[in-house]
Design a protein around this ligand. Sequence first.
Ligand SMILES: [Mn+2]
Length: 324
Amino acid sequence: MAMDFNQTSQKIHNQILRAKEILIISHNQPDADAFGSMIAMGHWLDALEKKHHKLAYQPLPENLGWLTDYRPVFIDALDEKNKYDLIIVLDSSDLIRSKTNQIISLLETRPLIINIDHHHANDLFGDLNLVLPDASSTTEVIYRLLKSINFSLNRHIANALLAGMLGDTYNFTNANTKEQAMIMASNLLFFGASLNQASDSLLKIKSLDSMIVWGEILKRIKYNSNLGIASALILQEDIKPGVSETEISEGIANFLNSLDGVKALLLLHQQTNGLIKGSLRTNDDLIDVSKLAKILGGGGHKKASGFTLQGQLVQTEQGSWKII
Ligand SMILES: [Mn+2]
């Protein structure tokens, strides 16, 4: 490894100690790893008595409400009055997905940028880059960082780290689940994290309405047995009030990926704004779905990636679907 992990961790620690005001950012449409990373980082900065804000694109979803404590600022609240001298970007492979470029342009002086991530396509945009493509999640990278500088975890940090890792490993079931992730999980339990609460909050279907939505989507699944590819669609009319679309689409993508015989999964999700969000998943060691996502203008991990297309999903007379 070109990067010396302990040395970079030490440098990050030093820069944080030196900073006066810190902004924590993660990507748009945050998942459990993004939220867990921001929350864990916030607790660490609290322990160091460092003034900081977490920038939010979305409020914490209800199912993660048990994690303490998020207290974000929203992007419209930022202006040139903010004097951040350090930005920590989490779980984002570039500065665009986290909108960091946009935020920097609002500030008078360019702050130092720390990049902590596990995407193999991370373009190392930071002044300091702590990127571990073999880590299950960004919370695992943060866990290793805190361990390397001998920071003693508390229950709140342990819970946030566990939630992120369980989210990205889909409860220890996908290809991200390596020995290191299991060791980390058992250590987090030792520090007081609740495995029950974390896995319940990430996996259980929350309501009868959600279950009915799942039913509609599952009816339309197509499976190509020659290629081992399953595909599914989420239409706007599937979504009932009070049901979280992100939760549904993530849940469906992960669920279908664990189906026997499915080598790869394509999920197309019609959005209200004329866009179609695509998700790709695989558990096959030989398949890298991020290559296809990249061709379609998206990105992500080898095992889980996504892309966005302009268009509308419509059913043909033969019953199949096309994008117009
Ligand atoms: Mn992640």
